[in-house]
Design a protein around this ligand. Sequence first.
Ligand SMILES: [Zn+2]
Length: 450
Amino acid sequence: MKPLKHVDSNMNSLISDLQKLIRQPSVSAKNEGIEECASLVKKMFIRSGIKSEILRLKKGVAPIVYGEVKSKKKNSKTLMFYNHYDVQPAEPFDLWEYPPFSGTKKGNKIFGRGATDDKGELVTRIKAVEAYLKTTCDVPCNIKFVIEGEEETGSAHIEQYLKKYKKKFACDGVIWEFGYVDSKNRPIVGLGMKGLLFVELSVKESIRDAHSSLAVLIKNPAWRLLEAVKTLRDSDGKILIKDWYAEVKPFSKKDLQIIAKEPFDEKAFKKEFGIKSFVANKKGLDAKKAMVGGATCNIAGFVSGYTGDGAKTVLPGDALVKIDFRLVPQMDPKKQIQRLKNHLKSKGFSDIGIKVYHGEAAARTDPSDPFVSQVKEAADESFGESILNISNAGTGPMYSFVDALKAPCISIGSTYMFSRIHSPNEFARVDLLKKTTKCMCLIMDKFGKA
Ligand SMILES: [Zn+2]
């Protein structure tokens, strides 16, 4: 295939484009270089033969860089690439071996903030489309690019963008912004992401901390909060809130087959974290099932009273706990919040304050959707072998896409699992960038033919 050969012989241009993107800082958390990076991406699109425009929602919101190529073939299906041009802050700077915005290349690695997440991934998509345009003057299917600038701060406006530009963004399949590659160089073809509900529960008992001798009379808010939190979950991890799992469907036969096939090195995993056993003593298939489809109620932090060195006999005035719930498909974050509130009330904890930070539903693409086998075949061809995964254990705004566009959504990409994303010395691997670019070409080809 001509486009694949073109990818092979044009890796230098891919690398230099990635370096250009890295050298333009675009830290959304600090609003640094966002507009500049958006126009750089637009320029790159245009240079690659992709029609591009900047889309805006309102002032103060990072723009989306939109790109489009129409196939000459009539009635072509449309494939969307969703990526982001913003990056995490690079701090602490002194831990970087090369300056974080230098894009230094050493052997097979390109170092820099965003090298993999997500500028490396973005460049593979652009170069795949370019390879087709340069060698065939056409693309096998219609292509749309939606490149946002707020992913690293939580994609606060992606849902509004998807609503506003629903028609413009209409498509038949979405390739997600990243995809992991495991330690044996096998890409993970990911069919979903879990949802998330992040809340803060608090108890305020008195207007200030008191001498702990007064614990005979003054109630301790930490005890109160502990008692409340204890009612949320049993020691095996099962959530005890009424109807919490009401809408959840069991795994299908196909799901279970995929889960069974997925490699999971239990021993190495435990060693990595220095742990002896899993929650509820899960093993084998049950551990894997939990990773892809388990809901959680996790204490992210608990603060009250004195936790410094030595002793201090104090009776705290207030207590606070931050909790994240991972949600699985069919759990509606709004309903779950109401259930949590009802639960606390019914257990006699109406005095406990609830602050909701973030609610996001889970998304999962049906493994029998033809798009899944197209992507899987493309990944197998390009990487030699790939792994199908029902759902990532983490969370991303995939549901917004699936819900607004009614299109299957799959993650596949070049993100080596130890590429230090979000940390100092983030790097991209040139070999994986090449394989991923070819994989994107093959996906377009298979998707266009189907
Ligand atoms: Zn990231």
